[in-house]
Design a protein around this ligand. Sequence first.
Ligand SMILES: *[C@@H]1O[C@H](CO)[C@@H](O)[C@H](O)[C@H]1NC(C)=O
Ligand SMILES: *[C@@H]1O[C@H](CO)[C@@H](O)[C@H](O)[C@H]1NC(C)=O
Ligand SMILES: *[C@@H]1O[C@H](CO)[C@@H](O)[C@H](O)[C@H]1NC(C)=O
Ligand SMILES: *[C@@H]1O[C@H](CO)[C@@H](O)[C@H](O)[C@H]1NC(C)=O
Ligand SMILES: *[C@@H]1O[C@H](CO)[C@@H](O)[C@H](O)[C@H]1NC(C)=O
Length: 352
Amino acid sequence: MRVSIATALTTALGLAQVSSGIKILMNNDDGFGGGNIRELYRLLKGAGHDVIIVAPAVQQSGQGGRTDFTTSPNLTAPTQYNIIPAGAPSLGTDPNDSNIWYYNGTPAACTFVALDYVLPNFYPDWTGAPDLFLSGPNYGVNLGAFVYSLSGTLGATYAAIARSIPGIALSASNKALSYKDVTNTSNPATWAATVSFKVVEQFIDNTGPSQPILPLGYGVNVNIPPLTSAELPPVVKTRMTGEAEVDYAAYNETSGLFTWENLRPRAAGVNACYNGDCSLPGETYVVGGGGVSVSVFTIDYDAPSVPYTEMVFEKAASLFEGAGGGDGNGTYKAKRHLTARRELFVGRDLKD
Ligand SMILES: *[C@@H]1O[C@H](CO)[C@@H](O)[C@H](O)[C@H]1NC(C)=O
Ligand SMILES: *[C@@H]1O[C@H](CO)[C@@H](O)[C@H](O)[C@H]1NC(C)=O
Ligand SMILES: *[C@@H]1O[C@H](CO)[C@@H](O)[C@H](O)[C@H]1NC(C)=O
Ligand SMILES: *[C@@H]1O[C@H](CO)[C@@H](O)[C@H](O)[C@H]1NC(C)=O
Ligand SMILES: *[C@@H]1O[C@H](CO)[C@@H](O)[C@H](O)[C@H]1NC(C)=O
């Protein structure tokens, strides 16, 4: 790990690096009153960053990337921990902190409400473009490929990455705790937030001025093992896929119901490696061993350009011929700005 002396000193002395303060948008799926997100918010602000939370009004775990906006302009029930009463607007701020917003929608919906309403209307100097998006830390880990369709923590993050904002998803091995119950710095929410902070600060500190924290379309997934202090466990470069768990439908004869169980032995499909470094350990394995996993992903879901991919296209070759030989006849040629890979390292949302 590359840590400058200045960074090490700053961390050791707990000094705020005001000059390197960036604009950070936060979200989660556990709700805007969660101890984990509130503690990370506190630490990031303490380090001199501008931080805004726009997070679900209530617990929204398991929503994946669903974008579900409320159909009621006012809350039909109180928010999490009764912070806001029923009848108040469905979008609003914490009574004690006007930079902490709730919205009564899914995590991905909160990301969009933040980018398209809260920031433009209330934070014009942000120009709608946070330098970094953080989701979590979640209560409970988000490990392996199968949770990526299920995890609201990741769904909120994918939404931001798709909108050209570098995104980091953070998940911890701890349990739901109201921010009101965080009364000292020796509790699992503060520990998870502190470890998250130490990881996130590396990405911020090792990014040059006016450089993006991550390339366009890139995200980072961080998972934290059970903690007994704020000390940083070993941090390991990992793969999202590989050594991951996959569900199967377990039928219970007595109840006549299905539940999910982890498939044993592990499925071959999720262990197939086409992208990234196939020699890296899987995040499930690393977190199980007590390490912090750091996986780098992109939201380019296309298969890499390898012979297998060609073989798959070949099977439907006769169909493609009708449209001009498979590579497009001009009508459907990819637009340059959508295909540029290395050239398009940074960018903003493109408007037609
Ligand atoms: C706001 O702060 C007051 C005074 O510190 C406290 O009594 C109240 O519970 C806080 N409200 C929320 C929603 O945190
Ligand atoms: C919704 O809340 C606003 C502001 O609190 C209030 O003026 C309005 O009457 C409420 N509307 C309904 C349908 O409850
Ligand atoms: C800190 O708070 C936790 C509850 O969140 C409690 O269990 C613990 O005893 C407290 N520790 C100290 C040193 O006060
Ligand atoms: C199956 O269902 C019954 C009845 O609901 C329950 O008591 C039992 O624990 C279940 N078995 C398993 C293995 O989950
Ligand atoms: C290209 O293909 C499209 C779709 O099959 C067709 O509508 C169009 O007429 C073709 N254009 C030319 C110039 O062949």
